[in-house]
Design a protein around this ligand. Structure first.
Ligand SMILES: *Cc1c(COP(=O)(O)O)cnc(C)c1O
Length: 227
């Protein structure tokens, strides 16, 4: 099946990109992105040994969770602050935290459920107004707020680079995320900033060259998304 072959090809490209950057390939985790994909397609990546997959719509994540108990779903899309309940109940991780209100709502739900949720803070590194994420200049203030929480377990940062043919413009987004990480390590050392989730089908090799630890790949594994 094409999905299994594509998965192996993407994994091999990750290994090459890591070695080209002088990095250990084991430092980089491939997270298949399963939005719009059927449970049968997702089952192929589970059978290949992947457990954590990414979804960007909460309702879809909740439904697929029920049908695929072996999978762990990371929420990677925008979450409205009143949707904390669905995240706390179904998501294994949240990679798109960009609101203190959402974090506070999550904290409350997680504490009463007795669980911790690994989260990444989404940063808007492209300055595109339609993109989610906090702006880099707000990162320290935002991160200091997050120190109040314990069940919301901060592990690092996530970004979506500019979608562009201009390689340097894409690269600038990855550099900015890494610079934001460096500032946060200095200024907010109470929290862990080790994970950098960046790079998608079109740009994951470049992201790996700039320090990505998680790449989120959809179409290169599953083929073009249905229109
Ligand atoms: C869809 C999506 C991806 C994967 O995009 P591809 O270009 O299909 O690899 C990665 N991250 C987020 C947040 C997404 O919504």
């Amino acid at each position: 099946m094409a999905v299994a072959e594509n998965l192996a090809a993407v994994q091999a490209r990750i290994g090459e990109a890591a070695r080209a950057a002088g990095r250990d390939p084991d430092e980089i985790k491939l997270m298949p992105v399963t939005k719009y994909r059927s449970v049968e397609e997702i089952q192929v990546v589970l059978d290949a040994g992947y457990r954590m997959v990414g979804e960007n719509r909460l309702q879809e994540l909740a439904e697929k969770c029920e049908r695929l108990p072996d999978a762990r779903f990371a929420m990677i899309g925008n979450v409205q602050r009143n949707k904390a309940k669905l995240v706390a109940e179904h998501a294994a991780e949240l990679h798109s935290l960009d609101s203190i209100d959402l974090a506070a709502n999550l904290e409350r739900r997680l504490l009463s459920a007795g669980r911790r949720l690994p989260v990444l803070v989404q940063v808007n590194t492209s300055d595109e107004p339609q993109k989610s994420g906090i702006v880099p200049s707000e990162a320290v203030r935002f991160a200091r707020h997050l120190c109040e929480f314990s069940a919301v377990n901060v592990q690092g940062l996530m970004t979506m680079a500019m979608h562009s043919e201009d390689r340097e413009a894409v690269e600038r987004c990855f550099v900015r995320l890494r610079e934001t990480q460096a500032v946060l390590r200095d200024e907010v050392p109470e929290l862990s900033w080790d994970q950098l989730s960046m790079g998608m089908s079109g740009d994951f090799e470049l992201a790996i060259a700039h320090g990505a630890t998680i790449v989120r790949v959809g179409t290169a594994i599953f083929g073009p998304r249905p229109a």
